[in-house]
Design a protein around this ligand. Structure first.
Ligand code: NAD
Ligand code: DAU
Length: 360
């Protein structure tokens, strides 16, 4: 049994599916079901006894204590977070609360639980020696790279620039301290930009697919030359599984796709795939919808990941190329129009209205 937090969000839901398919080991999924958490992402698991979804806050100590005592997981994988940089600029409070305070309360409850586990390897179930707390974090903690800089290694200094990045950096430091001071067996992963099924259409790739099909402008912040490293979400799930299985306690592992792309290039690629799979009725290209808009305040220019540590130590490598991953992703969104319309009503619409000053 493992406990996953934030498993109704984008990466968490992909991970729960991936984990159950690969291992069959039961999952308790603690998720507050914020705007980003969607039980429909797990709809196919309804009635599957291997998955229990519990709506609740990682900062709710009593709930976390009770879940740990009842299910006695052998590992906790911590995905739950506020994850969108633009939202963190408009309202940082929720980011401090969940990513920093929430992680602190969760850590304290996990430390209490872990200290009660038997040490012996002969015991059935979770043991102190084999227990792991895996913290899922981001490359944004390292700040921004100049064009000539080498990619981020695990040894790079932390230089977070956005409220989101600062809140994740703070949580990474808590994880490190709970290991160093209390001996909690932790692992941290810092990953680049994920894309794939179930990503909420406020993030660049699903937003562009959604807007393109709806005939809306495709907003490019600033000059569109900011660079991100893109990784297909299933490759991230595989990396997390490898780190959980074989990562060295107390270590951090950078995860990335060796796939740096300027934003404008990403958007043009999506337009090209859509032109091929679902051409516009008027015969023109989706790229005509590209619109340059005001830049994100403090916009980081470039992220890139040096993934040699996880590759050399754990034998992980991304399986998807950007071309194959983006094709799968666009196909998924075309085949899941109902999912998109479900999540693009209500809270999403209010967010888009605030962002772009008009109906979403
Ligand atoms: P997401 O926003 O899609 O999902 C976050 C999930 O956490 C949602 O289901 C939400 O309901 C849940 N949640 C939020 N606050 C909670 C709370 N207080 N208690 C319990 N659950 C809560 O995020 P994502 O893109 O799936 O990211 C998952 C994790 O991976 C985050 O920690 C993020 O920082 C990290 N990460 C994301 C990316 C990326 O490209 N998306 C890259 C690297 C790291
Ligand atoms: O690097 C890992 C991070 O990647 C994760 O930790 C975050 O949780 C995740 O949201 C993502 O952060 P980004 O800010 O890089 O992702 P986003 O999809 O919001 O933006 C990607 C790039 O595209 C970024 O340079 C901003 C730009 N952008 C974004 C949107 C939403 C646009 O030009 N237009 C847009 O409409």
């Amino acid at each position: 049994m493992i406990l996953v937090t934030g498993g109704a969000g984008f990466i968490g839901a992909n991970f729960v599916h991936f984990w159950l398919e690969r291992t069959g080991e039961a999952v308790v999924n603690l998720d507050l079901l914020t705007y980003a958490g969607n039980p429909d992402n797990l709809a196919d698991l309804r009635g599957d006894g291997r998955h229990v979804l519990v709506q609740g806050d990682v900062a709710d100590r009593e709930l976390v204590r009770e879940l740990l005592a009842r299910h006695r997981p052998r590992a906790v994988i911590h995905f739950a977070a506020e994850s969108h940089v633009d939202r963190s600029i408009l309202g940082p409070g929720a980011f401090i609360q969940t990513n920093v305070v929430g992680t602190f309360h969760l850590l304290e409850m996990v430390r209490e639980y872990w200290s009660t586990l038997p040490e012996s390897v002969y015991d059935q179930g979770a043991t102190q020696r084999d227990f792991r707390f895996l913290h899922v974090s981001t490359d944004e903690v390292y700040g921004s790279l100049a064009p000539q800089d080498p990619p981020f290694a695990e040894t790079n200094p932390y230089q977070p620039n956005s409220p989101y990045a600062a809140s994740k950096a703070a949580s990474d430091h808590l994880i490190r301290a709970w290991h160093h001071t209390f001996g909690l067996p932790v692992l941290t992963t810092n990953c680049s930009n994920n894309y794939g099924p179930y990503q909420f259409p406020e993030k660049l790739i699903p937003l562009v697919i959604h807007h393109a099909l709806a005939g809306k402008p495709l907003p490019i912040y600033g000059d569109g030359q900011q660079v991100r490293d893109w990784l297909y979400v299933e490759d991230h799930c595989l990396a997390i599984m490898r780190v959980l299985e074989a990562g060295r306690v107390g270590e951090t592992y950078n995860i990335g796709g060796w796939n740096e792309q300027a934003n404008l290039n990403v958007v043009r690629t999506i337009c090209g795939v859509l032109d091929a799979l679902q051409p516009r009725m008027d015969g023109r290209g989706y790229a005509e919808q590209i619109t340059f808009v005001r830049d994100r305040p403090g916009h980081d220019r470039r992220y890139a990941i040096d993934a040699r540590k996880i590759e050399a130590e754990l034998g992980w490598k991304p399986r998807e190329t950007f071309e194959s991953g983006i094709l799968k992703t666009v196909r998924w969104y075309l085949q899941h129009a109902e999912w998109v319309s479900g999540v693009t009503s209500g809270a999403y619409r209010q967010w888009v209205d605030r962002q772009y000053g008009g109906p979403g």
